[in-house]
Design a protein around this ligand. Structure first.
Ligand code: ZN
Ligand code: ZN
Length: 134
């Protein structure tokens, strides 16, 4: 499903500009995650994620991301210069996850779920558009 608020090519990158990427196709399952790994890496009570087909996603340089396995089967990407979290993917999965915070404009992508909502601090009210997914 595509509507006028979703551009055909989504672009993003890290804070310092070393890493840029492009994604096309429909964004899949935009959601927030408050798992222990996401909160450690984000500096906040959740990370925002959106999925794209691997075949529809391209690192466009100039640099290439560093990677870290937070699970044996999950690779997370970040900028090796400025440490911005960029995305993640499970081994063998057709979809990869892009950090909402790494997109140049994520305003058209509204999270619909919130994983590990029960781990959010009590001062954070539920995000109204989301449903708990675990
Ligand atoms: Zn960077
Ligand atoms: Zn997470």
């Amino acid at each position: 499903m595509t509507d006028d608020s979703t551009p055909e090519v989504l672009t993003g990158g890290c804070l310092c500009g070393h890493i840029r990427f492009e994604a096309t196709g429909d964004p899949y399952d935009p959601h927030l995650c408050s798992c222990p790994h996401c909160t450690r890496l984000s500096g906040g009570p959740f990370m925002g994620w959106v999925g794209f087909q691997r075949t529809a996603f391209t690192w466009t340089g100039p640099g290439m991301p560093g990677s870290f396995r937070s699970w044996p089967t999950l690779e997370r990407w970040f900028c090796p210069v400025c440490a911005t979290p960029l995305g993640a993917a499970g081994d063998g999965e057709e979809l990869l996850g892009v950090c909402l915070s790494a997109l140049d404009d994520c305003d058209g992508i509204t999270p619909i779920g919130h994983s590990f909502r029960d781990r959010t601090p009590t001062w954070l009210p539920p995000i109204p558009s989301t449903l708990p997914t675990s």
